[in-house]
Write a protein that binds this ligand. Structure first.
Ligand code: ADP
Ligand code: VHF
Length: 360
């Protein structure tokens, strides 16, 4: 486990709720105290917290037959108030000011919007204020929803250039089988040099979880590939954050790869946000996937699909349709279509805004 200065700590619904579904305020208060211990060591923390739906569900009884989307929205909107007020009360006992940020996936799509959000986080952290972020379930509909707060935590860690992301759940980490099976073993380290771990993960979720361990693993791996160390640990462990601080924590640790810079981290999460598609020829493909730095020039483009503007995210495919990577458009589809195949034209995608899958 590596030293950490800027952490994103995600707390799952099951950590904040008891078996009976009631909020586990004792656990919440202990985690707040442990977060404060980390900040007193000079670390900065951004908290991604689930629990809005869980807190609302226990407070607001609803008719069984009510539309499930309405139920989620009612519980999330009534629960978020309770959740954030509880955090504010617990953190204020330590003299810690907190801020609430509610987001949807759309807030990470547009680069300008993304940078505004990033500036807000930096301003809060520079003033010693602890941001608490959650998905704005009240307004998110299917395509705007994150898979769960593990994805939100991964996007947030990339956005603020965190060196560490901790996903606190209700098990010690990823096991080689069902965690409750005594024959299952905890996988304590995951690195790019090791065999695929996802084969051990079942789709089962804990009672209030949304994404499950598969999402957790996918987000952890993506973040580690971007240079962020990731820890999946049990938020119900008595002193989980203290054990992290002294590097004695029983958990699943993802070894970080070489750190990528901000724009590439933003792009790496852009797989759901692309607006247009580019098909490139073999020459352009070998150029983009070579070790040497390259931009994508119009001469290497065979086909463009979709209408896009400068700044939009584009998906890059090779001639077989295989996804190669993502990039930010330097100019619109109108201009790009006039330049396809031509020499001596400005790059459509500049290297600084190019992310090649399984390479970068
Ligand atoms: N191989 C595995 N190792 C650990 N947990 C697993 C595995 N496969 C499935 N799970 C399930 O994933 C659950 C954690 O995911 P999730 O329910 O989304 O938690 P959270 O609410 O913290 O996000 C565990 O409670 C466990 O039931
Ligand atoms: N915004 C939702 C997040 C749900 C969610 O991602 O739950 P989990 O899988 O337990 O982290 C809530 O607060 O209930």
């Amino acid at each position: 486990m590596l030293d950490s200065k800027l952490l994103v700590i995600k707390i799952g619904s099951n950590v904040l709720t008891q078996e009976n579904g009631l909020p586990d305020l004792e656990r919440m208060e202990k985690l707040v105290a442990q977060i404060q211990d980390l900040t007193s060591l000079g670390k900065k923390v951004v908290l991604v917290s689930s629990g809005a739906v869980a807190f609302g569900r226990q407070a607001i009884p609803l008719p069984e037959k009510l539309n499930p989307v309405f139920k989620k929205q009612i519980w999330a909107s009534t629960g978020q108030i309770r959740l954030i007020n509880q955090y504010q009360n617990f953190f204020e006992k330590h003299g810690q000011a907190v801020a609430q940020i509610l987001v949807t996936k759309e807030d990470f799509r547009d680069r300008k919007h993304f940078l505004n959000m990033k500036n807000c986080f930096q301003a809060l952290l520079s003033q010693g204020i602890l941001p608490i972020i959650n998905e704005n379930d009240t307004v998110t509909i299917t395509e705007l929803m994150f898979t769960d707060n593990d994805e939100l935590a991964s996007l947030t860690a990339a956005m603020i250039n965190a060196d560490t992301m901790m996903l606190l759940t209700n098990v010690d980490g990823i096991f080689t089988g069902n965690p409750s099976d005594p024959d299952s073993e905890l996988i304590e380290k995951v690195s790019s040099k090791m065999p695929e771990v996802s084969n051990y993960i079942s789709a089962s979720k804990s009672s209030f979880g949304r994404g499950g361990m598969l999402t957790k693993y996918a987000m952890a791996k993506k973040s580690a590939d971007l240079g962020i160390q990731v820890i999946i640990a049990n938020g119900k462990r008595e002193n989980v954050l203290g054990e992290f601080a002294d590097k004695s924590l029983r958990c699943t640790w993802f070894e970080p790869q070489k750190a990528k810079h901000g724009a590439k981290k933003w792009l790496a999460h852009g797989e759901h946000y692309y607006v247009g598609e580019i098909t490139i020829n073999e020459g352009a493909k070998s150029s983009l996937t070579a070790e040497v730095i390259r931009s994508l020039l119009p001469i290497g483009i065979i086909k463009l699909e979709g209408e896009f503007s400068k700044g939009d995210i584009l998906l890059i495919r090779d001639e077989t349709g295989h996804k190669i990577g993502l990039g930010r458009a330097e100019y619109s589809s109108k201009v790009a279509n006039e330049r396809i195949g031509q020499k001596n034209q400005k790059a459509l995608i500049h290297y600084d805004y190019l992310y090649i899958f399984d390479h970068d």
